[in-house]
Design a protein around this ligand. Structure first.
Ligand SMILES: Nc1nc2c(c(=O)[nH]1)N=C([C@H](O)[C@@H](O)CO)CN2
Length: 117
């Protein structure tokens, strides 16, 4: 099985537990790895035979733009649900980073994986 990945994708959303986070949108960063069969595209050299990473990125940004969760966990579930519904992937691993939140930490965020059953 092969993988397609996107790293450092900027998404803009309303997110956070605290009042000050509910009054303005936040930019987050997403890394997404998709497990997929890329064998057809390897020989056809045709984007129609694979999962277009630009389409995936746009879909993830659209989900984030429409959502207003408190927790990264809930946003992560919504993104994974949407990606597995819209694209023929076998599974996906998602990492969402919330920059500049903990002064003593380089980064904070969540990571979650999902397999299609
Ligand atoms: N596991 C999580 N912990 C926390 C989250 C979260 O989304 N998942 N969010 C917050 C606050 O919104 C934080 O970003 C602001 O201080 C705290 N902990």
């Amino acid at each position: 099985m092969e993988q397609i990945f996107i790293t450092g994708l900027k998404i803009d959303t309303l997110i956070g537990v605290y009042d000050w986070e509910r009054t303005r949108r936040t930019e987050l960063e997403v890394d997404l790895t998709l497990e997929a069969d890329l064998s057809k595209a390897m020989t056809s050299d045709d984007v129609a035979d694979t999962i277009d990473y630009a389409a995936v990125a746009g879909h993830v940004q659209a989900i984030a733009a429409q959502s207003s969760f408190e927790l990264l966990e809930a946003l992560g579930k919504a993104i994974l649900d949407a990606v597995l519904t819209a694209f023929p992937v076998k599974g996906a691993t998602l990492r969402i980073i919330k920059p500049g939140i903990l002064p003593d930490a380089k980064q904070v965020g969540i990571q979650m994986s999902r397999a299609r059953y």
